[in-house]
Design a protein around this ligand. Structure first.
Ligand code: FAD
Length: 358
């Protein structure tokens, strides 16, 4: 049975809502999380788990990621759950001279903001990741880059939050929000209403629907990413890796159309490779396409020739909650007292979840 009242209601049980609920519970706030399906049933289970700092735009984006990275190293103990966090560093692979020029500038900017990152020539890059092709030009490397299992991370936040007194209701959809004098008053679900003065919209790509309940237009749209999963193989990667094109495509949708979307790859704790991903605006169409999967597969074989012999066992797609400036929308909303937004993390929600929650 739902409670009649709550101090704070979090809407959405993805990695962001779960993290927020955990940090609130830690501060002894009476918090209720409402999730329309299961925990991590949205984007947070249709993604990779790169906690990669190098892909963040120098500025507030990178600052948030640096703070989040600090929290990750404590979380693996704090949450008492194996979240498969591994901090083995990461690379941005450079394939041509244009990318080299762009990455030199990107790296200098990142360094000036405190990121430990360096440029490696081809030999040094291949020494770090021996499976890489000899055709690459070089790479960057940051020892701060890491990976985590996003589904386990969401459950870890939820379990710890529950232990601290948070109330979690799955299969409970928020269907309406009632205001009184422009203040949050009631959250409606098909079963009952809950009184509250604070509602946190952590509904990812669905946050505009929640926004409409309070007459607010939230500029977030779904950006599909297709991924492929290989069979489990012996360790071929030491850390995580993205291509320089990935950074270009992430921040410039036009470039993604011309240049392709770039590549990301991680080897999970079970030995499977997660390889992504496309960046497409196709509404809420969650299918994978032969074209998308082919382009990822071709690119990854160029970078790691030995993968030609490895089987793909599954493909899937997820929706990144995209915002125009690539930054999440975080905080209070002027004119609607008690309404807080924490959504729009695009391809960085896993990495930014600890700092967002806190
Ligand atoms: C292909 C791909 C690869 C990615 N790789 C990475 C990566 O390597 N590293 C990284 O940091 N990020 C990555 N991301 C991005 C990351 O997955 C997202 O930013 C993050 O999962 C968003 O989390 P969220 O909690 O905001 O949204 P979601 O996980 O979608 O959670 C929102 C929840 O709200 C619920 N909800 C919606 N409406 C309602 C309602 N009315 N009532 C109650 N509940 C509701 C939904 O059911 C859902 O569970 C990737 C994304 C994709 C698609």
């Amino acid at each position: 049975m739902l409670p009649r009242k709550a101090e704070v209601i979090v809407i959405g049980g993805g990695v962001i809502g779960s993290s927020i609920t955990y940090y609130l519970a830690k501060k002894r706030v009476n918090v209720v999380l409402l999730e329309k399906n299961g925990i991590a049933s949205g984007t947070s289970s249709s993604c990779e788990g790169l906690v990669i700092l190098q892909s963040k735009k120098p500025g507030v984006h990178l600052k948030l990621a640096l703070e989040s990275a600090k929290k990750f190293s404590n979380l693996k103990n704090e949450l008492d759950y194996d979240i498969e966090y591994r901090n083995n560093g990461g690379m941005v692979v450079i394939e041509n001279n244009e990318e080299l020029k762009a990455m030199k500038i990107f790296v200098e900017k990142q360094k000036s903001l405190g990121l430990k990152v360096s440029l490696l020539d081809k030999n040094k890059a291949i020494k770090k990741e021996p499976a890489l092709s000899c055709d690459i030009l070089g790479s960057t490397f940051s020892p701060l880059d890491a990976q985590v299992n996003p589904i386990y991370l969401s459950y870890a936040f939820i379990n710890s939050a529950k232990n601290l007194g948070a109330k979690i209701y799955t299969h409970t959809e928020v269907t309406g929000i009632k205001l009184k004098s422009n203040k949050i008053r009631l959250i409606e679900t098909p079963v009952a209403e809950i009184e509250t003065e604070t509602a946190i919209n952590a509904a990812g790509v669905y946050s505009p629907e929640i926004g409409r309940m309070v007459n607010l237009d939230i500029p977030i749209k779904p950006r599909r990413g297709q991924l492929l999963v290989t069979e489990s193989i012996p360790k071929i990667l030491n850390g995580v890796l993205i291509s320089a094109k990935y950074i270009a495509a992430k921040f410039n949708p036009k470039l993604a159309e011309i240049e392709g979307e770039g590549i990301s790859i991680e080897q999970t704790a079970s030995g499977n490779l997660l390889i992504g991903s496309t960046r497409e605006f196709v509404g809420m169409n969650k299918s994978t396409t032969l074209e998308g999967i082919n382009s990822i597969a071709k690119h990854i074989i160029m970078l790691f020739p030995q993968l030609e012999e490895v089987n793909i066992i599954r493909t899937f797609a997820g929706f990144r909650p995209y915002t125009l400036d690539g930054l999440p929308i975080l905080g209070k909303v002027k004119g609607i007292e008690g309404f807080i937004i924490a959504a729009g993390h695009e391809g960085d929600g896993v990495a930014l979840s600890p700092i967002t929650g806190d």
